[in-house]
Design a protein around this ligand. Structure first.
Ligand code: C5P
Length: 235
């Protein structure tokens, strides 16, 4: 069974996907990490993100593995390197590339084939797994998302202004939503959740309920009409 979680930067997708997968006994796929890893490889090879032929050649010889929450690029552990702010800023351009999207989409389907998996990203419910059994689109107020990110960075001893974080976040979201190929948007059959006023646990509980509903084949519209309070479901 495939569960997809898409949505903008900083809405809490990764944490929710990881916890939901744990509760369900599913595996978890962070597809953003895959785009970041390809970006790192392209930067190391000094490839222009618009050079489709060079990117195709790069991907031809690329080994991308994701064992146990780690990201390995041709065998080297790049788990931390892909979180570098320069890589974060450059990933949007690489993610615009048709050749990269095709290659990563195929890898994601290969990895998930025959498995129970929570797949998190921007295009999982729309393009990569259009037939997923249960789909979510997780959003949160932009200022709240930037605040959460600021707190995360502060906990690691890094001070960044809210304005700078908000500006970078907005740039990423706008680019991800505007791309011609696989733009970030909710799938028509995704349940949209707003995490602004919710704890991570509340988000995950709500998702888990929904997955059980999807599993038993109950219609999601019954959630709507039940007037369930924690998160108003909207589509
Ligand atoms: O989720 P994360 O912030 O790590 O994603 C980094 C970037 O990778 C996104 O801003 C987006 O440009 C790209 N991405 C994508 N499609 C996905 C996952 C990530 O285009 N499924």
């Amino acid at each position: 069974m495939i569960v997809t979680i898409d949505g903008p930067a900083g809405a809490g997708k990764s944490s929710a996907a990881r916890q939901l997968a744990h509760r369900l006994g599913f595996e978890f796929l962070d597809t953003g990490a895959m785009y970041r890893a390809v970006t790192l490889a392209a930067r190391a090879a000094d490839i222009d993100a618009r050079d489709e032929a060079a990117l195709a050649q790069l991907l031809d010889g690329l080994r991308l593995e994701m064992p146990d929450d780690k990201v390995l690029l041709n065998g080297a552990d790049v788990t931390l390197a892909i979180r570098d702010p320069d890589v974060t800023a450059a990933t949007g351009q690489i993610a615009d590339s048709p050749v990269v999207r095709r290659w990563l989409g195929a890898r994601q389907r290969e990895i998930a084939a025959g498995r129970d998996m929570v797949c998190e990203g921007r295009d999982q419910g729309t393009v990569v797994f259009p037939d997923a059994a249960c789909k979510f689109f997780l959003v949160a107020d932009p200022v709240e998302r930037a605040r959460r990110r600021q707190a995360e960075l502060a906990a690691k001893g890094t001070t960044v202004s809210l304005e700078d974080l908000l500006a970078a976040q907005t740039r990423r979201d706008e680019r991800d939503a505007a791309r011609d190929l696989a733009p970030m948007r909710p799938a028509a059959d995704a349940l949209q959740l707003d995490s602004t006023q919710l704890t991570l646990t509340q988000v995950v509980e709500r998702m888990e309920m929904e997955v059980h509903r999807c599993r038993t084949g109950a219609s999601i519209s019954s959630t709507k009409s039940s007037g369930s309070s924690a998160i108003p479901p909207s589509r």
